[in-house]
Ligand binder design. Structure first.
Ligand SMILES: Cc1cc2nc3c(=O)[nH]c(=O)nc-3n(C[C@H](O)[C@H](O)[C@H](O)COP(=O)(O)OP(=O)(O)OC[C@H]3O[C@@H](n4cnc5c(N)ncnc54)[C@H](O)[C@@H]3O)c2cc1C
Ligand code: FES
Length: 263
């Protein structure tokens, strides 16, 4: 497809995840690699980049938090409606490069959605990766995304789920505290390992600090960056930071490539 060409896709399902997060399942064979994103386009309103939250040849899951005009409009879509997309864009996580390694995934809130795409990728290529350790943090138990899948993940992988606070019943019986506090406590080895992160900048900064104290180098850490975008093809310069286009050189960067960026 042309890089800018919009195409209409059928929404097969709408799954309310939390108060402010919704996932839509779209019928498409776009099959982005984990970490890539599509540009969701709502005529008369605008466009927003949303990461692939799945790894599937026939369907694409997009999880979004309602924050502004595009996501508000998208939140009104129903099963059977059609939505315009363009893409996929971006580099994604270099899953081939990680073959034979232990993988540590660190995600917070909405940032767990692209990491779900990585989990689905690993599920399909399980023999290519060694130990998989997940650190996923959410504000409260009701903010936990993909609630129905969390138990399944914990059977296949080492899941460290945490919530910042538990004002209501802690359905997951998980530790209460920031995901970074859990990361600090758990013993993980830097040997033959890569750390893949996605989440709010404050979580990423703190996680990097902890991971480095555990002996990981900058080259073992991969982060996904967010910038406001327009063309998504490395042409308009809207997303540029330190000479890099987040839309096409990224959004996934090895930490040594972006550590000098002041958020
Ligand atoms: C690669 C990538 C992947 C992403 N993946 C996801 C995802 O999977 N799920 C998800 O929910 N979100 C994702 N996002 C974030 C999402 O694209 C943005 O939040 C987007 O702006 C939402 O569009 P909107 O019209 O709903 O909100 P907007 O109207 O764009 O508002 C969003 C927020 O940004 C602020 N804002 C708007 N314009 C500007 C500006 N020019 N400068 C500074 N601040 C501004 C607003 O005040 C508001 O707080 C991703 C972003 C990137 C770059
Ligand atoms: S959004 Fe245009 S160059 Fe990245």
């Amino acid at each position: 497809m042309s890089l800018y060409k919009l195409k209409k896709y059928l929404i097969k399902d709408v799954i309310k995840q939390t108060n402010d997060n919704t996932m839509i399942r779209i019928q498409t064979n776009l099959n982005p690699i984990p970490g890539q994103f599509v540009q969701v386009s709502i005529p008369g309103i605008g466009e927003a980049p949303i990461s692939s939250a799945s790894y599937n040849k026939k369907e694409l899951d997009l999880n979004f938090r309602v924050v502004g005009s595009v996501t508000e409009a998208l939140n009104k879509f129903k099963k059977g409606d059609k939505v315009y997309l363009r893409g996929p864009y971006g580099n994604g996580y270099p899953m081939e490069k990680f073959k034979g390694q232990n993988l540590i995934l660190v995600g917070g809130g909405c940032g767990v959605a692209p990491l779900r795409g990585i989990i689905e990728y690993i599920d399909k290529h399980r023999e290519d990766y060694k130990h998989v350790e997940l650190f996923f943090g959410f504000r409260t138990p009701s903010d936990v995304l993909f609630k129905n899948e969390v138990l399944e993940w914990s059977k296949r992988y080492n899941l460290n789920l945490s919530v910042d606070k538990a004002p209501e019943e802690n359905l997951f019986h998980c530790p209460v505290g920031f995901v970074t506090q859990i990361l600090e406590r758990v013993n993980i080895s830097n040997e033959n390992s890569s750390v893949l992160m996605c989440g709010p900048p404050i979580m990423i900064d703190k996680s990097i600090e902890i991971i480095k104290q555990k002996g990981f180098t900058d080259e073992q850490i991969w982060v996904s960056l967010e910038r406001h975008m327009k063309c998504c093809t490395g042409k308009c310069g809207h997303c540029m930071i330190n000479g890099k286009y987040v839309c096409s050189d990224g959004p996934v960067f090895r930490y040594d490539e972006v550590k000098s960026i002041d958020e």
